[in-house]
Design a protein around this ligand. Sequence first.
Ligand SMILES: *Cc1c(COP(=O)(O)O)cnc(C)c1O
Length: 356
Amino acid sequence: MINNKIAIKVNRVSQSRVKEIDWENLSFGREFSDHMLEMNFENGKWQTPEIKPFGELKMHPAMSAIHYGQSIFEGMKASRSGDKEILLFRPDMNAERFRESSERMCMPTIAIDDFVDMIRKLVEIDSEWVPKANGYSLYIRPFLFATDEFIGIKPSNNYKFLIFTCPVGVYYSEPVNVKIEEFYTRASLGGVGGAKTAGNYAASLYPAKKGNEQGFDQLLWTDGIEHKYIEESGTMNIVFEIDGKLITPAEDTDTILKGITKRSVVEVAGHLNIPMEERKITVEEVVTALREGRVTDAFGAGTAATIAPIAKIGFRDELFEIPKDSPRASSSEIRQFLQDVKDGTIEDIFNWMVKV
Ligand SMILES: *Cc1c(COP(=O)(O)O)cnc(C)c1O
């Protein structure tokens, strides 16, 4: 049992649906565990959170979030160490980022410990939903949105915080093809690109659709002023291997979402003595290195896939391919390290994992 500091009401389902799940064929984000957690912000304060059966919400047609977009989310995972413990990967970092997103969007914040405790309690109650197969995990989606029931642009007085979870399989993705985007912009200085807020993803759908029509799976966003610097991929941060060294854009701008996977990649690279730099990267530098065959690996870093290899990179009329025989040794080593920490098969030297 967890000794929560925050009091949580629990209303369990009478009959679990866990036996109905086809564990061999889990698709991402389509199966939902028995319970969800709900906590409302009313009269200027958070009300008692309640864990209740997963189900539909009622909403008022004038509900603020769907009109004006005051809505933020997080994405994180729980996994099993062997057959015993259930572990969360760096939940404090998600809690901290959620707090930062809340502040940027004028929403009430949740204390770090309370955020983590609510997740631990929900995952404990639905522990049967954490997949047992290696590499599988329970995806956790905390989110917060404005619930005022009137038309008017101002920060809402009322909010709803929810957490639900989804058992997910190994996110096996074919290497992806990305396009360096030089017209559309994901984020601008002083904007909300650094917050995990809903509108960022809506705004990227149209440019992404244009990219899809040209055969690209995803875009590689560049800075919104000159389209001169590489930023990120929109759901993943980006890492290149150039001249044998890993390079990722510095986070000294509010236009790049500070990814927990990317931060972990940097820290693991340091531990494994893999050379890695975090600094500004120009499109010019990457394209020149691609032309000269000096880019031996490129990958996205994000919670869903952890490390997603990139096959081809498009720039204007050129299409570059990471050589198929590239060993991608550094990223493989880092991916394995992260997997082993999550599965509890190596010592958690960074103290990243939090027991449920
Ligand atoms: C969530 C997200 C990422 C990846 O962050 P992780 O914490 O590693 O999952 C990268 N870019 C954007 C825009 C994101 O929303």
